[in-house]
Structure formats: C-alpha cells, structure tokens
Design a binder for this molecule. Structure first.
Ligand code: PEP
Ligand code: MG
Length: 330
C-alpha cells in the first residue's frame, strides 16, 4: 500500500483524455506541512490563518505573521500558496480576538460580523495581515483569499487597502514582487454564488467553500444534531449555486476551485469535473484517493454525468447516481 501510494505521488493528476486537474491541500496548522509533500499536493489551495490568532491573549504582530507565512511559502517552493485572511466569527472560537477587536455578540453570529466583514470594520487587522503576506510574496507563488464575501464592494474595498499597503511597503524599501499576488474571493454564501458574475469583475479568482455554502443555502448548522440529516451538499440548490459560480468564472477565464469538504470526497470527483472544475483543494490525506479517481475518469463522461445529476430534484437520487457511477468506474 505504501509503495502504491509512493508511486501514485509521482503520477500526474490527469484524466484518461489528458485533462490536467490541480490537486491542492487545505492547511490549518504549519505542523501539517510534511503531510502535504507526502500526499503529492501541487500547492496549498486554502491556508486557514486562524491558527495564528488562536489560543493567545494578544494579537500576533506583523513580524510574527511574516515568520509563519515565510515558513510555509518557502516550504512550497514555486507551488501556489493561497493564504486566506482571517476568517473570524461565526462558529469559530473568538476568544483570542476579544482584545480590542469587535467580536460578534448578536443573536446569530453566523449571520453577523464574520470574515471580510470584521476585517473591513477593523482595517488595521487586515492591513497588518496584507503587509505580512506581501513581505513574503517574493519568496514563492502566493495568492490571497478573502473569506465570507457577499457583495462585490467588499472585494473592491479590500483591494484598495491591499494596494495602499503595497505602496507603503515599497516606499519603505521592502522587496515586493513586481506584480502583486492575485486577490480572490471565497464563494461560500448563496448571495455570493448568485452574484458571482458581479463579484468576478472585482476578484482575480474564486474559491468555492462548500461547507459554508451548504450551511447557508439549506439553513442548517451541522452542529445542530436535530437537523444534521438535512445538511447535504448534494442538495440541488447547493449544486446549482456551485454551477452558477463556476460558469461565471469560466466565462471570464478566471481561476475557480472548490476548497470545502466536498472536494476531498473521491466519489464526487466525476460531478465536480463535470461541472467544469479543474482545481480541488482538500485535506492532504484525501489527495491520493482523489488523484486515483481523476486518473480513472474521462471528461466527456463526467460532463454527461453532471448533466444527468443537474436534472434531478431529490438529493437522495443524486446520492444514488453518485454511488452507481463510482461502482461502474470501479
Ligand atoms: C468552507 O466554508 O467551505 C471553507 C472552505 O471554509 P471554512 O471551512 O474554513 O469555513
Ligand atoms: Mg467557510
């Protein structure tokens, strides 16, 4: 098994008809870095930077952030590293930020001040994080991702701050890449998915976050046991939103990936490729099985399969189609 996985690591993530698929890893803590190389990831599709802010009483300063990002960017060489700025709020532990940062205390934190909303309300935080990321950008292939975007204006506002920080660093004599790293938007709410064509005009790339997208679309919190059975990313509503966002990106030839849990499920690879996706980011441990799935598939078959799935109205029927397609592929 080890030998087989070792061999698989060196093989390309390519369909039987020669289409390349990017398989990237999601990273939550730097300690997971060795797993990424072992799994044969071609980059980091989602670096969740919350780890820097957790389990501490003060905020990490710019230099401390630089050190953390440098370690990761250098380890990845020229492979892309997609750094998501702080996604605080919602269900995430908010204790550490209580010091001097507005923490959502409203009736429903998931619908409150989280992600990019909090960062735009507290721009010093965003400025510092942008600065730290920009200072390591010349060491590798960095991209920056904004969480919980719901209106195009949020991307534009973040970009203004981003460019201002870059100008300040340049004046200070810092080494910055000639071309600033791309600034992308997470598509993880129904609003963002349905406005994806408008958000695409402001963003350089999309990362579809199916965890939050499914939660907000179906109005189901996975932590609520009584309704957990309704949490289903194969619900046609979730799939249609994904399809809409993917098509908006592809029309503009803009990079789009999926970085929610869905991307790490090998059985869902035919559907995701069939919807037009060519970039998936997942827990490193899922990469070998997903790669194996990619290498067994033909894109035309996937496209036909996705069309069938998108005609269905019942999530259970979709799940059954997915199972059956998987068995046929063996
Ligand atoms: C998502 O919502 O799907 C996602 C990738 O972000 P997170 O799981 O960190 O909220
Ligand atoms: Mg999310």
């Amino acid at each position: 098994e080890r030998a087989r996985l070792g061999k698989l690591r060196r093989l390309p993530a390519e369909t039987t008809d020669g289409q390349q698929v990017e398989l990237h890893a999601n990273l939550e803590i730097p300690a997971e870095l060795p797993l990424i190389a072992q799994a044969g990831a071609q980059g980091i599709g989602l670096l969740r930077t919350e780890f820097l802010f957790m389990n501490r009483e003060d905020l990490p300063d710019e230099d401390a952030q630089v050190e953390a990002y440098r370690l990761i960017v250098e380890a990845m060489g020229q492979d892309p590293v997609t750094i998501r700025v702080l996604d605080w709020g919602g269900e995430k532990d908010m204790e550490a930020l209580a010091q001097g940062v507005p923490v959502p205390t409203g009736p429903n934190p998931a619908l409150g001040l989280r992600g990019i909303r909090l960062l735009l309300k507290k721009p010093e935080l965003l400025e510092e994080q942008f600065a730290a990321i920009l200072r390591v950008a010349h060491l590798g292939n960095v991209r920056i991702l904004l969480p919980m975007v719901t209106v195009p204006r949020e991307v534009a506002a973040a970009r203004e701050i981003y460019e201002r920080v870059a100008r300040r660093l340049r004046r200070r004599g810092e080494t910055l890449p000639e071309k600033l790293p791309p600034l992308g938007a997470m598509i993880e709410t129904p609003g963002a998915a349905l406005a994806a064509d408008a958000i695409a005009l402001e963003a350089d790339f999309f990362a579809i976050g199916t965890n939050d997208l499914a939660m907000y679309t179906l109005a189901v919190d996975r932590a609520e046991i009584d309704v957990a059975h309704l949490y289903d990313p194969l619900h046609p509503a979730v799939l249609r939103l994904m399809q809409f966002a993917v098509e908006a990106a592809l029309r503009l030839r803009m990079p789009v990936s999926v970085c929610g849990e869905m991307a790490g499920n090998a059985k869902l690879v035919p559907l995701l490729l069939g919807l037009g996706l060519r970039s998936l980011s997942m827990n490193a441990s899922s990469i070998p099985r997903v790669k194996q799935a990619v290498r067994s598939l033909d894109i035309d078959d996937c496209a036909r399969f996705a069309r069938r799935v998108m005609e269905q109205s019942d999530p259970a029927v979709i799940a059954e189609l997915v199972e059956r397609f998987g068995q046929k592929e063996g």
